[in-house]
Design a protein around this ligand. Structure first.
Ligand SMILES: C[S@@+](CC[C@H](N)C(=O)[O-])C[C@H]1O[C@@H](n2cnc3c(N)ncnc32)[C@H](O)[C@@H]1O
Length: 261
């Protein structure tokens, strides 16, 4: 993290997605405006947050298991143990992880993300995913872009409506990575339980946050040109568990991991 990164003020007059998510996960780094949104979301939103986090955990362990030791995680959120670097470094202590978020509260708590294993490294970049070149430039200080990197955007894409060109952003980021790298995405679904999705979007909308839920087919387009690995594009609880996923589907979150050919 650049020493002396200016600390923007925390705006508590309106909800922020990082803090609403923290509230759903039972964290303490949120304010009444955020809690008001979280409380009015459909009850399943909480399950979705936990399942999304559990997917991050399993996908990171899987990636570390296939030999990936560099990670670029954008839209990291407020630190929540275990954080991605803790999972990766437990398996490969030399893992190097760069985190990035644009919310001032994540920057405020970023120190928790910087406690790396001595053999590895972690860094934090305060930046907006809509400026991918800035993020890549900063990440180069820690990551070697000649070796595979796992790029993750988890729980972030549904805060990027189509008019903000999320597919072009993901493509630009992925194009900077060498063959053998991975792209890991999760996204709120509009077609798993449409009624619940509309209710959630309406609650976020009241707080001024545009929620762009997507169908399975719309989410699949993020992976054009990439090779989705097993078990494919599935809901969060279905991604490699070892035990059957709970039924009925309770997360409302699509996920997939894809290899860059
Ligand atoms: C729902 S949280 C997900 C946190 C974490 N990735 C996870 O899956 O557990 C979404 C995160 O994306 C961040 N975010 C939203 N818009 C962003 C943007 N334009 N640039 C960077 N981060 C953004 C929010 O600040 C928030 O921390």
């Amino acid at each position: 993290m650049t020493t002396g990164t200016p600390r923007p003020p925390i705006d508590t007059s309106r909800p922020h997605s990082a803090r609403v998510y923290d509230s759903l996960l039972g964290g303490k780094d949120n304010y009444p405006v955020d809690q008001a949104v979280a409380q009015h979301l459909p009850a399943e939103a909480k399950a979705g947050a936990f399942q999304n986090r559990a997917f991050m955990n399993r996908a990171t362990a899987w990636l570390a298991g296939v030999g990936v030791s560099q990670f670029l995680d954008i839209g990291t959120g407020i630190p929540t143990a275990p954080n991605l670097h803790q999972i990766a470094q437990e398996i490969e202590p030399r893992s190097r992880v760069v985190y990035c978020d644009n919310d001032p509260i994540v920057l405020r708590h970023a120190e928790a993300l910087l406690i790396s294993s001595p053999e590895g490294a972690t860094d934090y970049v305060h930046a907006d995913v809509r400026e991918p070149a800035t993020i890549i430039e900063a990440a180069r200080k820690v990551l070697d872009f000649d070796r595979p990197v796992a790029l993750s955007l988890l729980g972030l894409l549904h805060f990027l409506p189509d008019d903000q060109n999320p597919r072009a952003i993901v493509r630009t980021l992925a194009e900077t990575l060498p063959a053998g790298s991975y792209v890991v995405l999760s996204q709120g679904a509009s077609d798993v339980n449409p009624e619940r999705g509309e209710q959630g979007a309406a609650e976020y909308g009241k707080g001024g946050i545009r929620l762009a839920l997507r169908t399975r087919a719309e989410f699949a387009r993020f992976f054009e040109g990439l090779d989705i690995v097993e078990p494919g594009l599935v809901t969060a609880p279905e991604w490699f568990r070892g035990t059957p996923a709970p039924q009925p589907e309770e997360s409302g979150v699509y996920v997939a991991v894809a290899r860059i050919p």
